[in-house]
Design a protein around this ligand. Structure first.
Ligand SMILES: [Zn+2]
Length: 656
């Protein structure tokens, strides 16, 4: 074994007797000889040209990697006593291994024995003067427990002696200092790191932390976004950076500022489209926003309603307004198109899924429920076909033109995508859904996720569990978008709508018609999707109750109000208040499938996947069934043949 120490101040920190003797080299030699004697192995020590050279002859025991890893892991988990018990025999067996001493130092520090910890860390350095983790740990102890910044910085500088250009070490020092509240000193190291390599993600995370402690949330937001961008790994740093972005955005968003951004855009837009825009608050809205184009409602103004309860709703308002902007520009260029679907196309869709429907109907699902579900899929898919490409243009427009909107945009898109995952139907429903449709829907989701990744560095792609084929499609589409954006002229977005649908054989379920043609022959087609969120069409039938259920409800009809059901309905109403329309729709469909399979009123222990962690009794489930349909598909409520009108009315009164 061979150890080389340069003779400098640092060395005399390791050999205090020599330091006390006025840095006497003979004392140093003696002190070193005592220290480096391992069992029967005596060291040879030579001091030449400012260097102490130590050689220990003989076969020393090597590091026991697996046992050491275990001890280090226990220490990381703050199980200090157990870690120590594992480490002590290792140290006895091989005291020349620097890392053993370093971990012992960490353990002792964790146990509050700071002086002993420093001694152990110094031992680590005697065996390996370049063990920078040990040096930095001493610095941290000096700052944290002895509040001695000057001494600590001396150690940090030692750590950098061999690694002047090591961005990781500089940043680690910076992060430690921030943790203990020494932002100014931290900045000194981080600036040095920045000069060497501005691409190192950890550094931006550190700068964002400083911005946070200075309450500079705008900077915190931007820097943590950069930290995400520069980090290709999905590691702890990534997760911590993401947390910072979310916290910063939440600190920034403000209804008044959001309102100002909206007003400025609306005013500009009024000039461009020549019509007034009325923005109205509507807390009863099931979706975040809803826009009614003047042209489709025969008004002389566009009406935008929004639900102030939605996360960063100002982004959703801006998004709707941008739809209007894009449509107006296309209209001015004579290239505007309307997305149209009608009963004929709807029927085509259901016909195409006829085989799936039959298969499930054999399994005991009611055809009406399947139809209902497929119709919901049809709406959802159409909404994706139309919106996915256009929304990319819109989000980029907002991203580039309204930098102050970014935190709103971030939170809103993030929560939309996140909610999308939560609303993913449970396995039972997934088994009913035709895979040919699900995979296409997923491709559209992936395109949006790719865009979010490119804009904010947040990777939600894996959450979609994409197949290889789906990824290939999504990337191809995204690249087509990038290309189209490069040479964009108004109305180009519709080319992508058409092209992607064609690519996935979805072109038969809708029509894109030239707006001017359409307005001239508006009796030909029924315009449904000029607004983004389409309501359920009237044509879909609700499931019929089975014979057993009818019996129950007939018996019930004669009685007065069933208070148990009312009570459960109140509970359901309160619970649904916290959910989005999409969540309630999904619950309605799931319970319908459950009820179809047959339930017994006396039984308890029914579970609904969309309502995690709750066990339902038969009556309770019926109450939720009724309330969910009353909210999601009110037109079909009567078809459920549940005579709970009185209970529902009563429950509504109680909740108000
Ligand atoms: Zn949109």
């Amino acid at each position: 074994m061979h150890i080389i120490h340069p003779i400098n101040d640092f060395l005399f920190e390791l050999f205090p007797k020599a330091k006390a003797a006025g840095k006497d080299l003979e004392v140093l030699r003696q002190e070193a000889e005592d220290f480096y004697t391992v069992g029967s192995f005596k060291p040879t020590i030579s001091i030449i040209h400012d260097i102490v050279d130590i050689t220990i002859e003989g076969e020393l025991i090597e590091q026991n990697a697996s046992l050491f890893k275990l001890a280090a892991a226990l220490c990381d988990g703050h199980r200090f006593e157990e870690a120590k018990t594992r480490l002590e025999p290792l140290l006895k067996e091989a005291p020349h291994i620097s890392e053993y001493h370093r971990i012992l130092g960490q353990i002792l520090s964790g146990q509050g024995e700071q002086d002993k910890a420093i001694n152990s860390l110094l031992d680590a350095l005697r065996w390996d003067p370049k063990n920078e983790k040990a040096i930095i740990k001493i610095g941290n102890i000096l700052i944290r427990h002895q509040h001695n910044t000057e001494a600590a910085m001396k150690y940090y500088e030692y750590a950098l002696q061999h690694k002047q250009d090591d961005v990781a070490v500089l940043t680690r020092i910076g992060l430690n200092l921030i943790q203990y509240g020494w932002d100014d000193v931290a900045r000194h190291y981080l600036d040095r790191a920045f000069e060497i390599n501005p691409a190192y993600p950890n550094m931006y995370y550190a700068f964002a932390l400083i911005a946070e402690s200075e309450h500079n949330y705008k900077e915190m937001f931007e820097l943590s976004v950069v930290a995400l961008f520069k980090n290709p790994c999905r590691d702890q740093l990534y997760r911590q950076s993401l947390k910072l972005v979310i916290n910063a955005a939440n600190e920034i968003i403000d209804p008044e500022v959001g309102g100002d951004i909206v007003n400025a855009f609306a005013e500009k837009l009024e000039g461009e489209c020549g019509k007034k825009i009325v923005v109205e608050e509507d807390a009863s809205l099931k979706t975040g926003t809803k826009i009614e184009f003047a042209e489709n409602y025969e008004r002389n103004y566009h009406l935008l309603k929004y639900n102030p309860g939605y996360t960063a709703v100002h982004h959703l308002i801006m998004h709707e307004l941008a739809h209007l902007l894009f449509a107006s520009r296309a209209r001015a260029a004579g290239t505007n198109k309307l997305f149209v679907r009608n009963d004929e196309l709807h029927r085509k869709f259901l016909d195409a899924l006829e085989k799936d429907a039959q298969k499930h109907s054999k399994k005991g699902f009611y055809e009406a429920v399947i139809r209902q579900y497929f119709t919901a899929l049809f709406d959802e898919l159409n909404s994706q076909i139309y919106n996915t490409p256009i929304d990319l243009f819109i989000e980029d427009y907002l991203f580039q033109n309204y930098p102050d909107l970014m935190p709103y945009q971030f939170l809103s898109l993030y929560s939309l995508i996140d909610e999308g995952f939560k609303a993913t139907p449970d396995e039972k429903i997934m088994s009913v859904a035709p895979p040919s449709i699900l995979t296409k829907s997923n491709i559209y989701n992936l395109v949006s996720a790719l865009h979010f990744l490119k804009r904010y560095g947040v990777d939600l792609i894996e959450k979609h569990n994409p197949t290889k084929q789906e990824t290939i499609y999504a990337e191809k589409f995204y690249n087509e978008y990038v290309e189209c954006r490069g040479s964009y002229t108004p109305g180009d977005e519709y080319k992508l709508v058409q092209k992607w649908a064609l690519n996935m054989h979805l072109q038969n379920y809708f029509s894109l018609v030239n707006e001017t043609d359409y307005r001239e022959h508006s009796d030909l087609l029924e315009c449904l999707c000029a607004t983004e969120h389409v309501d359920m069409p009237d044509s879909c039938a609700a499931p019929q109750a089975n014979a057993k259920m009818q019996l129950i409800t007939e018996e019930h009809k004669s009685k007065d109000i069933n208070m148990a059901v009312t009570r459960f309905m109140v509970e359901a109403l309160r619970y649904f208040k916290t959910l989005t329309a999409a969540d309630i729709n999904a619950i309605a469909i799931e319970i319908a499938l459950l009820v179809q399979a047959g339930i017994s009123l006396e039984k308890v222990g029914y579970t609904v996947k969309q309502i995690a962690g709750k066990a339902f009794s038969g009556y309770q489930l019926l109450a939720y069934y009724y309330v969910s349909w009353a909210q999601a598909f009110p037109e079909q409520l009567a078809d459920l043949q549940l005579q709970f009108e009185k209970e529902y009315e009563f429950a509504l009164e109680m909740v108000e």
